[in-house]
Design a protein around this ligand. Structure first.
Ligand SMILES: NC(=O)c1ccc[n+]([C@@H]2O[C@H](COP(=O)([O-])OP(=O)(O)OC[C@H]3O[C@@H](n4cnc5c(N)ncnc54)[C@H](OP(=O)(O)O)[C@@H]3O)[C@@H](O)[C@H]2O)c1
Length: 295
């Protein structure tokens, strides 16, 4: 199986390159050599590579930047995926795409299920939701996995940022009024691979197998936490504790740290649908974090 993987240098794609290797030939591409906003470049790449599957792990992920760079966010997160879906549909190629918990407004008090109505409160969320809708309107052989609060060894994620702050400051304030699912990118990559492995075992053409299961699925590490809870666990399990200056992590409120983009106060995702559809093993976010920090 030939897999065209878009977004090569991103934190999720970096994990996918490794987990997908046993089940196929992965051909990674990334900006600027490959630009998802450029239709003819997508067409040329697909026509040269002739993939059996396309995975789009690229995105404009700067949540605050998206407020001022709206056109760019929309082009990368919505229009590009829509065009990609069109090309996949024409070529009968299944598409895997990733979205976000930020499609929700955060006013619920129990985890969001796939049938809950999205209502993004920032432009990043708007652009990602438009991407989901563009794919759904264009092709029928697709899987959209909504992720949340992603971290890995690479990238500008909260775990890496906290560890940097912890080396510099004795006191760190972290908000306790944003609740979500800290999610290990390696787990998402492994789950994506496990799902694809099931399709290979079925013996059915992948495009048909995906079509029968097409839809939006929530996919996160299990369990919810505030950013403050998350920070405390990163500190507790950090493997380089002797290099850290931090002596206390204090609770703060989002109002103390104004940002250009609003964040949902409560955006945990209920993952029952993906766990039961694909018999995935549920793993708690604290176990994932410990595993990640002990590597
Ligand atoms: N990070 C999170 O907390 C989070 C939470 C929920 C959902 N998600 C979703 O999960 C997926 C993976 O996120 P991630 O954190 O791995 O993202 P990431 O680390 O920011 O990587 C995204 C990749 O896409 C590339 N890219 C940007 N514009 C492009 C373009 N025009 N054409 C081709 N590639 C382009 C980026 O290249 P440059 O670096 O050169 O721009 C980067 O390599 C995304 O769909 C994201 O929306 C992420």
């Amino acid at each position: 199986m030939k897999i065209l993987l878009i977004g090569e240098k991103g934190q999720l794609a970096w994990e996918l390159i490794r987990t997908l290797m046993p089940i196929g030939e992965v051909i990674p591409v990334d900006y600027p050599a490959f630009d998802i906003t450029n239709k003819s470049q997508i067409e040329d790449t697909v026509s040269v590579i002739q993939p059996d599957l396309v995975i789009n792990a690229s995105a404009y992920t700067d949540v605050d930047g998206a407020e001022s760079e709206r056109e760019r966010a929309m082009a990368v997160n919505a229009e590009g995926p829509g065009r990609l879906a069109q090309i996949c549909h024409t070529g009968r190629i299944p598409l895997i795409h990733y979205s976000t918990d930020f499609v929700f407004d955060g006013t619920k008090r129990t985890p969001y299920v796939e049938t809950d109505t999205p209502n993004p409160i920032n432009f990043y969320g708007v652009s990602k939701l438009k991407g989901e809708l563009a794919i759904q309107a264009t092709t029928d052989s697709y899987l959209i996995f909504r992720l949340a609060w992603l971290y890995s060894a690479r990238g500008n994620n909260f775990v890496n940022k906290f560890l940097e702050w912890a080396k510099k400051y004795e006191t760190i304030k972290v908000v306790d009024d944003q609740i979500g699912n800290p999610t290990w990118a390696r787990f998402v990559a492994e789950a994506t691979t496990a799902i694809l492995a099931q399709s290979l075992c079925s013996g059915e053409p992948l495009v048909d197998w995906v079509r029968q299961r097409a839809g939006v699925y929530h996919l996160t590490s299990d369990g919810e936490a505030s950013r403050y809870d998350w920070a405390c666990k990163i500190w507790e399990y950090a493997s380089n504790r002797e290099q850290l200056r931090v002596k206390e992590v204090l609770r703060a409120k989002s109002i103390d740290f104004p940002t250009p983009a609003a964040r949902p106060a409560y955006s945990p995702l209920d993952c029952e649908k993906i766990y039961s559809s694909f018999s995935l093993t549920i793993q708690n976010w604290i176990n994932h974090l410990r595993h990640h920090l002990f590597q």
